[in-house]
Write a protein that binds this ligand. Structure first.
Ligand SMILES: [Zn+2]
Ligand SMILES: [Zn+2]
Length: 367
């Protein structure tokens, strides 16, 4: 199973170098878990790309299962997907492509299939088909003219304590990994929590009591009691729950890395800090962003690091909790300058320069 997934990864890198005429093999799509798309031959990419309404290709059902699993194709049950490219698949693809910031074609083009093969967070995407959708709320934080990609969970839940608030977190004693030291894991999470704490009036404190803590962190294999089984290497990397549940689960089967991949040559290594920062965003109330540069974008390629908060992440979390009084970014300075504070500052500068001219005049008259 792992081998075939690795193969499909390698294939997509090769695809960038080869024209379709170089590729020939028989047509097979392997069916796997709903979270993994498996393609074991090369011709299939062209057939998928050409598929449109009415086309039937063996294995199309796995794309339907995948789209269903991540919050698209909401009406259908998980077991009865056909291999026909039908209108509901087309609609789901359009929503998926829009949500993932891809070119909207409504087709299984190679970019879309490649995106589906990229490892991602297990939380479904909050999209237009969700009944209580908050996608189109205006952004009232600082700059109303900017494009907003951040999304909240339905109902916009957040931790409801008074500000400034402290949330405690603890690591499960039993559910840890041993490929990294405890210290490396703790420090990666400290940096991840610090990123969010620096922009909102929320602080995070590690405690040892796993039962009483607000946020519970652990590494789990396969089925682990919450109905969202992990799928082994790659595919789904982690998942976490919206406020105020506080559970953050990482797939123990991943090759987790902490030091910018210096200590591992593994092609499937995943940056723990990037995933931790993303999952903490969910714990705070952010759903998936369609901005590829945002920490809250759902997917992360192996050996990639995306842990620094984007302005989109900051605006999203600040619209839930407000700003940390110590937080100043280039972006907030810019919007201050363009608003009233800016013109006020210009007035002060003008007044100061006028005073200097008057003083110089008096000085020259007196001498
Ligand atoms: Zn996520
Ligand atoms: Zn879980």
């Amino acid at each position: 199973m792992f081998l075939s997934l690795r193969y499909s990864f390698t294939f997509f890198f090769i695809l960038l170098l080869l024209s379709p005429s170089h590729i020939n093999a028989s047509t097979t799509i392997l069916t796997q878990s709903a979270t993994k798309i498996a393609i074991t031959n090369h011709n299939i990419i062209q057939s998928l790309n050409n598929a449109r309404r009415g086309t039937k290709i063996t294995g199309i059902s796995q794309f339907k299962r995948y789209l269903h699993r991540f919050g698209y194709l909401l009406q259908k049950s998980n077991t009865s997907f056909s291999d026909e490219f039908d209108a509901t698949l087309e609609l789901a693809l359009v929503r998926y492509q829009r949500n993932l910031g891809l070119q909207v074609t409504g087709k299984l083009d190679s970019n879309t299939v490649s995106q589906m093969i990229t490892p991602r967070c297990g939380d479904p995407d909050t999209n237009d088909t969700t009944p209580h959708n908050h996608n189109h709320h205006h952004n009232h934080v600082h700059n109303v003219h900017s494009t907003k990609n951040f999304v909240f969970f339905p109902g916009k839940p957040r931790w409801s304590r008074s500000m400034p608030m402290t949330l405690t977190y603890a690591f499960s004693r039993e559910n840890m990994i041993h490929s990294l030291s405890k210290k490396e894991i703790i420090e990666a999470f400290q940096r991840a929590f610090m990123r969010w704490a620096s922009v909102i009036p929320v602080s995070f404190v590690e405690v040892s009591d796993f039962e009483l803590t607000d946020i519970k962190i652990g590494f789990y294999n396969a089925e682990h009691g919450d109905g969202e089984p992990f799928d082994g290497e790659l595919g789904v990397l982690a998942h976490s729950f919206s406020p105020e549940i506080g559970r953050l689960h990482l797939d123990a089967a991943e090759t987790w890395a902490v030091d910018d991949f210096r200590s591992t040559a593994s092609e499937v290594a995943v940056d723990l800090e990037s995933v931790a920062t993303h999952e903490i965003g969910h714990l705070l109330g952010l759903s998936h962003s369609s901005l590829k540069e945002a920490v809250m974008y759902p997917s992360l390629r192996p050996r990639d690091k995306r842990a620094d908060l984007n302005i989109d992440d900051i605006k999203g979390v600040q619209s839930l909790y407000g700003s940390n009084p110590n937080f100043r970014s280039e972006w907030s300075l810019e919007s201050d300058m363009s608003a009233n504070h800016g013109s006020g500052l210009v007035k002060h500068l003008r007044l100061a320069s006028s005073l200097i001219i008057i003083i110089s005049l008096i000085h020259s008259l007196c001498s």
